[in-house]
Design a protein around this ligand. Structure first.
Ligand SMILES: NC(=O)c1ccc[n+]([C@@H]2O[C@H](COP(=O)([O-])OP(=O)(O)OC[C@H]3O[C@@H](n4cnc5c(N)ncnc54)[C@H](O)[C@@H]3O)[C@@H](O)[C@H]2O)c1
Length: 351
């Protein structure tokens, strides 16, 4: 295959981020776009505003040569499309994902996997019969510092994990220009719990394996339907395992900067990704600042998309960052956290 032909469904914050990344990849070509919003179908993304990245969205995207559709199912049926990339709000992932897999397309879909455990079951069944490759946008797994830690930790460099803490905090996202302000609609977005904190839950499950249970404490502040806007979770890895916690939320005042950070204390070193950058503080008092070569792929979004396109181009099943089961596991853990917040009880995760 010369260039991989991409169709993007949903041109909001994530769709436009993906659009720009594909345009920068030599082996990808955007051939189709679907969006319910007519302005987006003309490339007008002036309403879009996200938590990372500072592109000038007042300049319309150039859609010359790109077929545009109002309905994402028409894009899925477009024979020119090799990869369907689903970037619509969370509750609409499932139907597009299942249709794309049934149509034999390769599928990249944004996180979270979907909105409910019932949706996840349907997707799981479609994945079993799928001919195309699949990747869910759990971009933190591919984020350079997180990926560097993951690989060095699993190579045994730092010894066993003892105390693990992740944080992901944003101002409220009602400013974001999102379509129909859907992030604040708890039924659709699932609060900060499902939309943001899931990244850390997923990374913890990927890094350390399946926790047995979770104890979560949360508050609903802005979202409708009692969805959790801020929470703290302890992940149960048994009394001999590490003490693992994560905090996530989108409740801070408007001018507070976005924070994604971790501190992981291991037997031989403490590794931090925080305001001081990414550092390894060795127990023997050396302080290391790892140099990570990212070339022109600075974020996890760039890394995951470029890798997926390369796999499709070379017909190699993608396995560097994920398999479907591991994504499903992380989703089940975050759903258990939701239940724990709502019931005020420790919840055993059912895998
Ligand atoms: N990986 C990440 O770091 C990250 C960051 C932000 C958002 N996301 C995820 O990406 C997805 C999209 O979020 P966003 O921030 O881009 O939202 P957004 O509101 O900015 O964009 C959604 C776009 O989808 C379009 N749309 C809505 N319903 C549609 C439908 N049925 N068919 C076709 N188009 C439709 C809207 O017009 C809009 O252009 C969500 O699932 C979100 O959780 C991931």
């Amino acid at each position: 295959m010369s260039k991989v032909r991409i169709g993007i469904i949903g041109l909001g914050f994530m769709g436009s981020t993906h659009f720009r990344i594909y345009r920068s990849l030599p082996n990808a070509e955007i051939v189709a776009l679907a969006d319910v919003d007519p302005a987006k179908r003309k490339g007008d993304i002036s309403s879009v505003n996200g938590n990372i990245g500072n592109d000038d969205n007042s300049i319309p995207l150039d859609l010359t040569g790109v077929a545009t559709y109002e309905n994402g199912f028409d894009l899925i049926n477009d024979p020119n499309v090799d990869v369907v990339d689903v970037c619509v709000p969370t509750p609409y992932h499932k139907d597009y994902m299942v249709a794309a897999l049934k149509a034999g397309k390769h599928l990249f879909s944004e996180k979270p996997l979907c909105r409910t455990l019932e949706d996840a079951k349907e997707i799981e069944a479609a994945v079993k019969d799928a001919k195309g490759f699949i990747n869910i946008g759990m971009c933190v797994r591919a984020w350079p510092e997180y990926d560097n830690f993951y690989r060095r930790f699993h190579a045994g460099e730092f010894g066993k994990a003892l105390i693990v803490d992740f944080r992901r905090l944003s101002r409220d996202v009602s400013f974001s220009g999102a379509w129909e302000n859907w992030f604040m609609d708890g039924k659709r977005a699932g609060g900060a719990l499902l939309d943001m904190h899931l990244h850390d839950t997923d990374f913890i499950t990927y890094l350390l394996g399946r926790p047995q249970a979770v104890s979560s404490f949360g508050r609903s502040v802005y979202s409708s339907d009692g969805a959790i806007d801020h929470l703290v979770t302890t992940y149960d890895y048994g009394t001999d395992g590490p003490l693992v916690t994560a905090t996530g939320g989108w409740t801070s005042a408007y001018d507070v900067p976005f924070e994604m950070s971790f501190q992981i204390i291991c037997e031989k070193a403490t590794v931090r990704f925080m305001s001081e950058g990414y550092k390894v503080y060795w127990n023997d008092k050396r302080v290391e600042t790892p140099v990570i070569e990212v070339g022109n792929l600075p974020t996890g979004w760039h890394q995951e998309l470029s890798y997926f396109v390369e796999c499709v181009q070379n017909n190699v099943k993608p396995d560097r960052y994920q398999n479907f089961q591991s994504v499903l596991d992380g989703f089940k853990v975050v759903m258990a956290e939701e239940k724990s917040c709502k019931t005020n009880q420790k919840v055993t995760v059912e895998y």
